[in-house]
Design a protein around this ligand. Sequence first.
Ligand code: NAI
Length: 357
Amino acid sequence: MFDSESFDAHEHVCFFHDEATEARGIIAVHSSVLGPAMGGCRVWNYPDTASALTDVLRLSRGMSYKNAVAGLPLGGGKAVLIRSGEERLGDSVFEAFGEVVRQLGGRYVTAEDVGVSVRNMACVARRTSFVSGLPKQAPESAVGGDPSPRTALGVYLGLRAAVRARLDRSGLAGVTVAVQGLGSVGRHLCRLLREAGAALVVADIDPDAVEYACTHFGATAVPVDQILFQQVDVLAPCALGAGLNEASISRLCAKVVAGAANNQLRCETDGQRLFDAGILYAPDYVINAGGIISVGLEYLGETDARVVSTRIAGIETTLDAIFERSRTTRTPTHRIADAMARERLARGRCTVAARAA
Ligand code: NAI
């Protein structure tokens, strides 16, 4: 385990099983160098424990990098709750999960991820205060509630930066975008893109989600196994990860990949493949940071809407810089983002060491 690529020197990994509620899961703390390790909790029906472990480790490391590049005083962690079949996890399971988070004493702070709602987080909050993404205190509140609209906003701004850099177009009017996955983020992204005049091609395994996008955003539906290969300007992966790999990249027609999904590249080499194919890739953990910026600032007690908006707008500026450095140094964008994150983590380590001395 210690030598596996996904382990990557995690500080702490905790397996838990609460017999009373049958809550089973894993919490991974990759790094707390920059602050408490924060990252969402995912509920998924994993084929086996090894898959759940690999997923939580990859996601947790991604959170360290995401929080570092977003400039948040937070480390990186993640949790997975293992579901069997299609059963929905009850409130008691989230309370049991909250108890485990409480026992970690603030090393890990949780929030929503795939399969988890604001309501679920409210159940977690009955047992621990190390939780964010809670119901809004007031409808007009700048923080709180479902972070997906803010994730979608960050993706929209990042996608605009990528279109500017790769297609030399200042706006999105007439730009064609294929959106894979029309869940919480994908649906909001479609709305923003439509308002900006983009034309949408969409796919989802859920026919109702597809129908909604076609009816409300004038999208054209295509089968799920064809969405990646559409003749469009931009591909926006907003379902699950690892869709960009050796087999798929050679068949992509889009010149830009900019979407919300975490871990879009199956492996590091896939970033190089995209670069070699002339496809501009907006690194996933940079472009999808709107949600963590929102829940992170909520946890840190920020209440000013302007602060949250400015930080999310910063995603566009960060990506402008990454794309420019990629162009001038002829380096794939994912490498530049990784170097940026490592640099900030290394600076954080120096600060921690200096404080201890
Ligand atoms: P979600 O669960 O609400 O939506 C995912 C959608 O993808 C669902 O509608 C599902 O039916 C669809 N889907 C699953 N497999 C598919 C396939 N093979 N082809 C087409 N569609 C498929 O999840 P959410 O919250 O929208 O997140 C989407 C992605 O963005 C995930 O990878 C998540 O980790 C990432 N993300 C989400 C954030 C958030 O604020 N919700 C924050 C940062 C990243």
